[in-house]
Design a protein. Structure first.
Length: 492
């Protein structure tokens, strides 16, 4: 690999960018769209075709059943009392629920009248189960009679249930009896954003269950799934990728995307233009495989399949797919398949799958890997500045995004069920970025992020592997999701 350095190319419109401009605007945002636009403006016929999910999740619309519950007639002296305008609350929360459903692109079956008896509540739940809904949303407009018994029935049903109780409809004596029941999320507030988050969780769980990963590993072809989470795995022989890569000719779209990675990088130190092109070529191979195999996401035993070949490892292409909202896990890791998809569906942003390293002098957890997304704040947000360099094997090309010191970060990982009697677990930690390591001279993978975790956990015994680092503090979202779907959250 010929050594050279490039820096500070023009932006997608050909304007010169300073280092400060790159930091302010982000470097890799809209690369595919930019390449398409550039080719269209020059009359090129080989513009970049879109890459998107092509599996069951891409075609599935989550179905939620919702209802209000209260007694008929005036409230009187019993809570929430005559001061509470139940009709106004119903209209307000119905509108917010429908708006949330539209935003989340879910189907909402909202019962036309409130549930006025426990018998009606049982019938509503039974109908939702028969319709194979993806979850229940029950809004309490009362604290009396059948209101909380109906909530209990919903939580104990076969469907995950979000219970929204505005102020005046819940005592702690109501909630403590069922608060820790798996399958329920309790939102006690006048602010419907609490319930809207629950709706997002239900939608994420449905999408996760429908997601099909294409697993490029080994020599066998088979279909299976990850228990409890429902993620589907379609194993495709790893040599399929090799054959398609070798058969694919170089093209204008490969050159266009590679050129933009180079032009928008802060620097390119080590890889040649051809190295970058060889790396982004894997994106087109992955696109073809996702379409042919009807996949929503992809993972590959990259080191096993490509490590001894002259084919570029797909680090840069996996990074790009993560930026586009396509879950792309490294090393055919099943738990990382779950966390990547969950981060994208629930948290609305890609995560950095990494190898955890303890640093004992400063008490840091270091996450190091060679594939990292650049749109760390979300798919529609500006990308982080990045440089391009070889990965730790001193070959190929990979983007190294700059993690911002002081940013809050969530670390999470999944422990799959190994015992039928023990629920799966999700390890959750939070902390902040305290810097990055220069690799080289440090050893290990080239994206190397230092975190100072809350609570100073025992780093030498830190649980899990290939955990995701995600910008933002999402402890509440992840613990709530776990309870809603019968998973044990473990805050580390």
């Amino acid at each position: 690999m010929k050594q050279h350095e490039l820096s500070h190319g023009p932006d997608i419109n050909g304007h010169a960018l300073s280092r400060r401009d790159l930091f302010k605007r982000g470097a890799a945002g809209g690369l595919l769209a930019a390449a398409i636009q550039a080719r269209a403006q020059t009359g090129g016929q080989d513009a970049l075709a879109p890459i998107a999910q092509s599996g069951p999740a891409s075609k599935y619309t989550p179905k939620l059943c919702a209802a209000f519950v209260r007694r008929e007639g005036p409230y009187g002296m019993r809570w929430p009392g005559a001061v509470f305008d139940g009709e106004a609350a119903l209209k307000k929360y119905a509108a917010e629920m429908q708006n949330t459903a539209k935003t989340l692109e879910v189907s909402l079956d909202l019962r036309s009248t409130p549930i006025y008896s426990e018998a009606e509540g049982k019938a509503w739940i039974a109908d939702a189960e028969a319709a194979k809904a993806d979850g229940l949303i029950l809004v309490l407009l009362d604290r009396q009679d059948h209101a909380w018994p109906t909530a209990t029935l919903a939580v104990n049903s076969s469907l995950p249930a979000v219970i929204f109780a505005p102020l005046g409809t819940a005592f702690t004596t109501n909630t403590r009896k069922i608060a820790n029941t798996p399958g329920g999320l309790f939102c006690c507030s006048d602010d419907f954003s609490e319930a809207a988050l629950g709706m997002r969780m239900l939608a994420a769980g449905a999408k996760l269950r429908e997601t099909r990963y294409i697993v490029l590993k080994g020599t066998d072809r088979k279909d299976t799934e990850i228990a409890d989470f429902g993620v589907r795995l379609r194993y495709v022989p790893a040599d399929t990728f090799v054959q398609k890569y070798r058969a694919m000719a170089d093209s204008d779209e490969i050159a266009a995307l590679a050129d933009r990675y180079i032009k928008h990088a802060e620097s390119v130190k080590g890889p040649t233009v051809e190295d970058v092109r060889h790396g982004v070529k894997s994106l087109l191979v992955a696109r073809q495989i996702l379409q042919e195999e009807e996949g929503d996401a992809i993972t590959m035993d990259c080191l096993g399949a490509l490590g001894k070949t002259d084919i570029s490892l797909p680090c840069i292409s996996w990074s790009h797919m993560l930026d586009l909202g396509i879950p792309a896990a490294c090393e055919a890791d099943h738990t990382a398949c779950v966390t990547h998809a969950l981060s994208q569906y629930l948290l609305g942003r890609p995560g950095f799958q990494q190898d955890p390293v303890p640093e004992t002098k400063h008490g840091w957890l270091i996450g190091a890997h060679c594939t990292c997304p650049t749109r760390l704040d979300g798919f529609n947000q500006p990308a982080a500045p990045y440089r391009i360099q070889p990965h730790h094997g001193m070959r190929d090309a990979t983007p190294v995004p700059q993690w911002e010191t002081g940013r809050r970060v969530t670390v999470f990982d999944v422990k799959l069920r190994t015992d039928a009697e023990v629920a799966p677990e999700v390890y959750i930690s939070t902390g902040e970025v305290v810097g990055m390591n220069a690799v080289p001279p440090c050893g290990g993978c080239v994206v190397s992020v230092n975190l100072k975790l809350d609570g100073d956990p025992d780093l030498l015994n830190f649980p899990g592997f290939h955990q995701l680092f995600v910008y933002g503090d999402f402890k509440k979202e992840l613990t709530g999701y776990c309870r809603l779907f019968g998973i044990t959250p473990v805050v580390v």
